[in-house]
Design a protein around this ligand. Structure first.
Ligand code: AMP
Length: 278
């Protein structure tokens, strides 16, 4: 296992592997790793000759009032988990090396970045698209793995990779959940016992809506109302039914859709979703 701290060293490592004919699967993360991240790493290792993960808490995707400074940082445990998952190199750049004084370049993905999470986090997808582009330019992967847990982020990255001819396959992986249904998230660490219990209403409401979909319900208004009623114990940010590629709201389920929720549960902002394909 190698830990690599600069873009130059990372690119040199990847060029060496490519000269040997090796393919590279890449998993970008912000660390504080859990089984959700590990599932992506296993897929990267299985689907490629080599697996690379990055650990970088990206300041440009946090607003000044958000949790950048207290975001959990568990680097030693993360390295152990990456090693166990079969990852060969961890790219862990410093903030200064990523955004030196005078840094001025950002990637903006239009349309698919609008709505949902960007309504309360307008800075977020510009930060994500920018950092992922920089990580891709350092790691030079053949395939990159993202979780459906962050469905809009995944749609943004797919759009960006296509639009900018990046030549990287973006692979979306299913949501890994705790045994009681809660979607795994680094931010679940913020939850005390009572909030942890209340947080279950996100997945519970989504699963109930999934049953309604399976039983033939097609109206967005009906599905959204049912989910909202199930989430009365938390502070809802949004409940929306959107097209799975464009992330634009739909009135009826007539194509692959994502039913997505975000809520404040105590100190944590949590998101979750289900995808439904007719
Ligand atoms: P993060 O470190 O939270 O930025 O997440 C890094 C990657 O892991 C993103 O592609 C996430 O969508 C993915 N991820 C986070 N939580 C889960 C989960 N519960 N199941 C699957 N993938 C996840």
């Amino acid at each position: 296992m190698e830990i690599i701290e600069t873009a130059e060293a990372m690119r040199a490592w990847s060029f060496r592997q490519k000269r040997l004919g090796k393919t590279i699967g890449f998993v970008p993360t912000m660390g504080a790793l859990h089984e959700g991240h590990i599932s992506l790493m296993r897929a990267a290792v299985q689907g490629n000759d080599l697996g690379v993960a990055s650990i970088f808490v990206n300041p440009t995707q946090f607003a000044p009032n958000e949790d950048f400074s207290k975001y959990p940082r568990t680097f030693e445990g993360d390295v152990r988990m990456c090693t166990e998952a079969g990852i060969q190199a961890i790219y862990a750049p410093t903030g200064d090396s990523m955004y030196p004084a005078g840094y001025s370049t950002y990637v903006t993905v239009e349309n698919v970045s609008e709505g949902l999470c960007s309504r309360t986090r307008p800075h977020f997808f510009r930060g994500v698209a920018t950092v992922v582009t920089k990580l891709f330019n350092a790691v030079l992967p053949d395939r990159a793995y993202f979780g459906q847990k962050d469905a809009q982020q995944c749609a943004v990255i797919k759009r960006m990779a296509r639009d900018l001819d990046m030549g990287i396959d973006i692979i979306e992986m299913p949501i890994i959940r705790e045994p009681d249904g809660l979607a795994m998230s680094s931010r679940n660490r913020y939850l005390g016992p009572e909030d942890r219990q209340r947080a279950l209403c996100l997945s519970r409401s989504l699963f109930q809506a999934e049953k309604m979909l399976q039983a033939g319900e097609r109206s967005a208004a009906v599905l959204i109302q049912a989910v909202r009623e199930g989430m009365d114990a938390v502070n809802i940010d949004y409940v929306e039914l959107v097209d799975a590629d464009s992330m634009q709201p739909v009135d009826r389920v007539e194509q692959p859709v994502v039913l997505a929720v975000a809520a404040l549960v105590g100190p944590a902002r949590l998101i979750d979703n289900i995808k439904y394909i007719l």
